[in-house]
Design a protein around this ligand. Structure first.
Ligand code: NAD
Length: 283
């Protein structure tokens, strides 16, 4: 019995570490842009794309060392990488990312709008500057990146793949993070709308909705055992997620295995969106 428990634990642990070799052969040599790739989920997606043999442009805002480390991880995993500094809430920034892909790898196949930010503030105290900063990065940045990718795909008459990083908070309200929740709710309907608009051109547009993932954005919170427990209690699977588990979802959405999937949000959340307060038959 103990052996079985250990086996199940190891299995769970291995899943959360992610695949270590190529899964989707067709992704080899495809070119991807990943915004906000210098840490956290962005680095994990880039690294997973590297495992699939892809050529990855890693965008960073200010952390050049993080972007260089991410590029090395992509190369170590078997892919190719280039890094580029740009603010993705700026139209010229999004264009710079495409140019880097073309200069280094000559094409574009997959665009991941991953960059995002959050900060906690009561809505009555939220400054307009604060509101605009979060909306500019989390929603306008997604629009600008999507627009650049759409123009490339349509002008080259080629199929394309766009993946937008949403959150469980496109669905779950989050008091004191109203700007963040509004931005992710916006990402959801933006994704659905653009998916419908470009479906006939064979451009697939999907979102990923992570739950509580072990990245720098959450480092302080998860370092405190009490706060960590508060979070894991909200997750039916009883643990926080690893960035590689979001990377695995991105690889599947980028691959041809998801060829009939467009306009969805793929939640990667250990069940957080399943109304966990009803666990055990409560309610
Ligand atoms: P993170 O803070 O570790 O990384 C965010 C990245 O976005 C950083 O590299 C940062 O430099 C970049 N960025 C921010 N503003 C930018 C700008 N103007 N231009 C370019 N890059 C910019 O966070 P993470 O946890 O890896 O989050 C990645 C995405 O996943 C975000 O969109 C976030 O909202 C979403 N998300 C994360 C979680 C989680 O639990 N970690 C949960 C749900 C959704």
């Amino acid at each position: 019995m103990l052996n079985l428990v250990k086996k199940l634990y190891d299995l769970d642990n291995n899943f959360s570490k992610g695949a270590t070799q190529m899964v989707y052969q067709e992704l080899k040599n495809r070119v991807a842009v990943v915004t906000g790739g210098s840490k956290g989920i962005g680095t994990a997606i880039a690294t997973r794309f590297g495992q699939e043999g892809m050529k990855v442009v890693i965008n960073y805002h200010s952390d050049q060392a993080g972007a260089e480390a991410a590029a090395q991880a992509v190369k170590d995993a078997g892919g190719e990488a280039a890094i580029v500094q740009a603010d993705i809430s700026d139209e010229a920034g999004a264009q710079k990312l495409l140019q880097t892909a073309l200069d280094n790898f000559g094409d574009l196949d997959v665009w991941v709008n991953n960059a995002g930010m959050e900060n906690q503030v009561a809505t009555k105290d939220m400054t307009l500057e604060n509101w605009q900063r979060v909306l500019n990065v989390n929603l306008t940045g997604v629009f600008l990146g999507t627009k650049v990718a759409l123009n490339y795909f349509t002008s080259h008459d080629k199929p394309g793949n766009i993946i937008n990083m949403s959150s469980v908070h496109e669905q779950i309200p989050w008091p004191t993070f109203a700007h963040y929740a509004a931005s992710k709710g916006g990402v959801k309907l933006f994704t659905q709308t653009v998916a419908m608009e470009y479906a006939k051109q064979k451009i697939r547009v999907n979102a990923i909705g992570p739950g509580a993932i072990n990245t720098p954005i959450n480092a302080k919170k998860f370092a405190d055992p009490e706060q960590l427990k508060t979070t894991t209690d909200m997750v039916p699977m009883g643990r926080i997620g690893e960035p590689s588990e979001v990377g695995a979802a991105a690889a599947w959405l980028a691959s041809d295995e998801s060829s009939y999937v467009t306009g969805i949000t793929l939640f990667v959340d250990g069940g957080m969106t399943l109304y966990p307060s009803f666990q055990g038959g409560r309610g």
